[in-house]
Design a protein around this ligand. Sequence first.
Ligand code: TYD
Length: 225
Amino acid sequence: MPAEQVSDPSSKRDRGVFITVEGGDGAGKTTLARSLAECLGRAGRPVRLTFEPGGTELGVRLRSLVLDPELEMNDWMETWLFLAARASHVHDVLLPAIAAGELIFSDRFTDSTLAYQGYGRGLDLDRLRRLNAEATNGLTPDLTLLLDVPAEVGLARTRARSSVADRIGDADLAFHERVNSGFRGLASEHAERIRLIDASRAESEVLIDALSIVNEWLDARERAT
Ligand code: TYD
């Protein structure tokens, strides 16, 4: 039997862990991901932090196009730009990091496309699922932390920290409410993967919950391998 076909009992254990952090605008994902990385790093579990749209040079350039309020595009064009950024992120960052056994946190991934372009813009969800699968080569997160905050609270937070307009953040409240209820729907559909966290609380409380979810998940995985 060729060497690559020999089943290696350590392969599952050596594979990296891919965790995503999702939520509506202003839910506090970026702050949480940074704090988690700091705490886990101190506990001897170094984390690679990455984000979408972005994560690669191509992704960062696509991000500036898709969020540019001066550019007009229809909802599918917007979707293709997010998907192109994702394909580059998966190919250049996520798959190599997973193969290298890293612990990865991505600020947004496929669920954002379903919530924003599917539930928010009203595009066909099954088509978006198929396109996500193509852009990611079938890669799905091991665990997703979903930060849930009422849309008006999230938007007030983002508007307080930046006056720079962005094509999606500036959409109306009803759009952001559809996005949030879409995220909650995804959490009940994928209860085994997506953990809902009440993010209207203080940052420290959100961090405690998120840390205990991640640590429990990592411990359970260690016991299973
Ligand atoms: P992000 O930088 O995470 O914004 P914020 O920190 O304000 O939440 O994401 C930028 C915007 O892109 C955000 O409004 C969500 C949107 N987005 C989509 O609409 N679809 C997607 O697939 C992704 C990844 C992001």
